[in-house]
Design a binder for this molecule. Structure first.
Ligand code: IMP
Length: 423
């Protein structure tokens, strides 16, 4: 029963979709987050972005499953079902997935406004307010789309909706009324044929030897517990989240996706951030603009301190380095190998918090760059010496093998050191 986990090892946007797409999985499963994710795939020059459904919807014959810890935007799910249909991929949604309501977005907008300059810089998709309700054990789930009465009952239960609407109003927003929310939901009742018990489906798939790939959204540094709160998302992004959701505890491989440099969207400390011409260059060459919000991403050098932590907390056993081609043409490349806090070195086994990031003085090693175009390289031996040196440096310092290397945006532009052959 081959099971793979694909986990973001930085602040999201590491290029997970491309790696997921490269594994010939029969089932691709989302286990965390919601439409805050944006998985971009470039297939034959055509860009496909998925937000709420797994990126397997771009592959014919793939079963795409959305687990019960994933929150759903009904609009995004509907739009992405059309992509799946076009590609002859199937989709199953867990009947217990929480639904993101218009009032969740209103609450989030009000909170971000109230925070002013201190805002989190969320994706504006209502993620935190929806997860709050999930953990408070209330709010409608996909199974409540069965009828208007059932949806209304889920909203009315214990005064739930009235309370949320009052909060939105307190935050200066005009919430949708309960009646209008019921009316808003009912056109999505046609999602019902897609609803199932995805945990059972995953169990059956693994028992029958199918290849199941769990596709992480966001990254370990955005994890609600292990990231730098409050500048995180509201879900758990690592391997434990898969186990918690699906009862799968053994994996054949858990791959961490690492961009060859670092990016971050939204607020929060970023020790290796570059605000100079090199930062602008990385943004432009790497096309670092949010696939969900279009916001320019902040860019910086690779940070091995946070990667070591992310790999440890995320249960990552090997890594794929993406976008190596973006570094081509730089004279020298810096890599953060440690943090200093005054006279004290930050210990490798300590937890990284927002304060740790904010106070970090970065220790860099400087490695030589390369100028050769690497997009056509398909074997590690084809890479320029300095590119190989960069990868070996990362591998040694992380103590994890590199199984894949991204050398361009196309699906085919990868070097596989350790391919995902199954069987
Ligand atoms: P939220 O998940 O919309 O609440 O946003 C919280 C923080 O996580 C913000 O800094 C977002 O920019 C960031 N974030 C959420 N999802 C992603 C993602 O898929 N990629 C990168 N950043 C993300």
């Amino acid at each position: 029963m081959p099971t793979f986990g694909v986990i973001g090892a930085q602040w999201g946007d590491e290029g997970k979709g491309k790696v997921v797409d490269a594994v010939a999985a029969t089932h691709v499963v989302r286990f965390n987050g919601g439409p805050n994710a944006g998985h971009t795939l470039v297939i034959d020059g055509k860009k496909v972005v998925t937000h709420n459904l797994p990126s397997g919807i771009a592959r014919e014959g793939v079963n795409n499953l959305v687990g019960p810890g994933t929150i759903c935007s009904l609009e995004d799910v509907r739009a992405e079902l059309a992509i799946a249909k076009e590609n002859r991929a199937t989709v199953w949604l867990d009947e217990r997935c929480p639904i993101i309501l218009p009032v969740h977005k209103a609450i989030e907008a009000g909170r971000e406004q109230a925070l002013g300059a201190g805002k989190i810089g969320t994706t504006g998709r209502g993620i935190a307010p929806c997860y709050e309700d999930f953990y408070a054990r209330r709010g409608p789930m996909l199974s409540d789309l069965v009828s208007a009465d059932r949806f209304r009952a889920a909203l009315a239960h214990g005064g739930y909706y009235a309370e949320r609407a009052a909060l939105a109003r307190q935050l200066g927003q005009e919430p949708m009324s309960l009646d209008d929310t019921v009316a808003w939901s009912m056109p999505f009742a046609d999602l019902r044929p897609y609803l199932t018990d995805t945990i059972r489906m995953v169990h059956q798939a693994t028992m029958s030897g199918d290849t199941v790939l769990f596709e992480g959204a966001q990254g370990m540094m955005l994890d609600v517990m292990h990231g730098g709160r409050p500048y995180t998302t509201s879900s758990s992004c690592g391997r434990g989240s898969i186990s918690n959701t699906f009862g799968i505890f053994d994996f054949d491989r858990v791959v961490g996706i690492v961009k060859a440099y670092t990016t971050r969207v939204g607020a929060g400390s970023f020790p290796t951030e570059l605000t100079d011409a090199t930062g602008v260059r990385l943004r432009e060459v790497g096309n670092e603009f949010g696939s969900t919000t279009g916001r320019p991403r902040r860019t910086g050098w690779l940070d091995l301190v946070l990667l070591r932590y992310a790999c440890r907390m995320g249960g990552i056993e090997e890594i794929a380095v993406t976008k190596l081609d973006v570094l081509t043409g730089l004279d020298e490349i810096r890599v953060c190998t440690g943090y200093r806090h005054g006279a004290r070195f930050f210990p490798d086994d300590a937890s990284i918090t927002e304060q740790v990031l904010a106070d970090a003085e970065v220790i860099y090693e400087i490695l030589p760059g390369w100028i050769e175009d690497i997009r056509d390289c398909r074997r590690v031996e084809d890479l320029p010496k300095n590119a190989r040196h960069y990868l070996t440096f990362i591998e040694r310092r992380l103590g994890l093998p590199i199984s894949g290397i991204g050398v361009g945006p196309e699906r085919s532009e990868m070097i596989w050191n350790h391919p995902f052959t199954v069987g």
